[in-house]
Design a protein around this ligand. Structure first.
Ligand code: APR
Length: 312
């Protein structure tokens, strides 16, 4: 039986996620959006591209959640993106309602689905989805760490002129400007980054990574990044559907790991068919622990703001 992945929100991120997923030929795809005709049009256009690249999946567009029935994975991208000058947290109240509704409707038709959340503020929206869906924590994952780590990898590759495949970077923490690029754990073909790059260049890369989303928003002016977030989701979906037990940073529900409780937070996670198979705990030094604490405090504040808006 073929796998089925539904994407809620067929805007820039949703449609691009569908594009990356179709290329991987992993599952039939359903795009859902509230805008009449738009998901249908994008789905048909994508379907018509597949003979060119030789991929056989069925892509459907719809304005109804019914079409998502029996999904293995639901990806939630519905909601507003940032505009210049906005933080991800500024999206909280508008997106909380959309994500809450998308979660409830999706689970009505796919009660066993694993949910991947992209809508910002990411960690808090994943928390909301878990609560409103009453989901076991392993079935709800926020996309962010792969994206943030990919940005750092891209910057290192640009600096050194080596293949991105040789570059391994790990960015943990909340998906905000306090995220924590773990320099000590990052390497180029096994050689620690700090041995390759001078301290000032490394610091510049860390800063650019932290503000990577804002850099794109500033350039686009009308919305936020979509190619890299979509590619990150495609990697997560593949890891889950193929039960790869792939270790990647993603936002997962903390139950004591890293000294954190009851928040979603970016940590290294082993992704398999059940979703989060395991959270990996790195040995962190004092400075790294402090940085994670600062980032976690930011996420906790956003969750508190959510709880003043919504009752679960
Ligand atoms: N159900 C389904 N779709 C919805 C709903 C809803 N209740 N509410 C809004 N949408 C759709 C919009 O119609 C729009 O097509 O969500 C889509 C969002 O697309 P864009 O505006 O292009 O935004 P995008 O760049 O995809 O970002 C969406 O993902 O990365 C995050 O920060 C980003 O929170 C933002 C989200």
């Amino acid at each position: 039986m073929k796998n089925k992945v539904s994407i809620i929100g067929a805007g820039m991120t949703g449609a691009t996620t569908a594009h990356w997923l179709a290329e991987r030929e992993l599952a039939d795809l359903v795009l859902v959006d509230i805008v009449d005709g738009m998901p249908q049009g994008k789905a048909l256009d994508l379907q018509e591209s597949l003979p060119v690249i030789g991929k056989d999946v069925v892509v459907t567009g719809s304005n109804s959640f019914e079409s998502t029935a029996g999904s293995d994975i639901v990806v939630i991208t519905a909601g507003l993106p940032r505009k210049p000058g906005m933080s991800r947290d500024d999206l909280l109240s508008a997106n909380a309602e959309i994500v809450g509704n998308s979660t409830r409707e999706s689970l009505k038709y796919s009660p066993e689905a694993i949910i991947i959340v992209l809508t910002n503020p990411l960690d808090t929206m994943a928390y909301l989805a878990m609560k409103v869906g009453n989901l076991p924590p392993e079935r709800i994952i926020g996309q962010a760490g792969i994206l943030d780590s990919a940005r750092m990898r891209a910057f290192v590759a640009m600096e050194l002129g080596v293949s991105v495949e040789n570059i391994h970077c790990y960015v943990l923490g909340g998906h905000g400007d306090d995220m924590v690029p773990l320099v000590r754990h990052s390497n180029v073909a096994g050689v620690p980054l700090a041995e390759i790059l001078p301290a000032d260049r490394l610091e510049a890369i860390v800063e650019r990574t932290r503000k990577g989303g804002g850099e794109i928003v500033g350039l686009l002016k009308t919305g936020s990044a979509f190619y890299a977030p979509g590619a990150a989701v495609a990697q997560m979906v593949e890891a889950i559907l193929k039960d790869k037990n792939l270790i990647v940073p993603t936002a997962a529900y903390m139950q004591g790991e890293y000294g954190l409780e009851d928040i979603f937070f970016g940590v290294p996670v082993q992704l398999g068919r059940q979703g989060v198979a395991k959270i990996i705990e790195y040995q962190l030094n004092e400075q790294e622990q402090e940085a994670l604490k600062t980032s976690a405090n930011g996420v906790k504040q956003t969750i508190a703001a959510l709880e003043s808006l919504v009752s679960f």
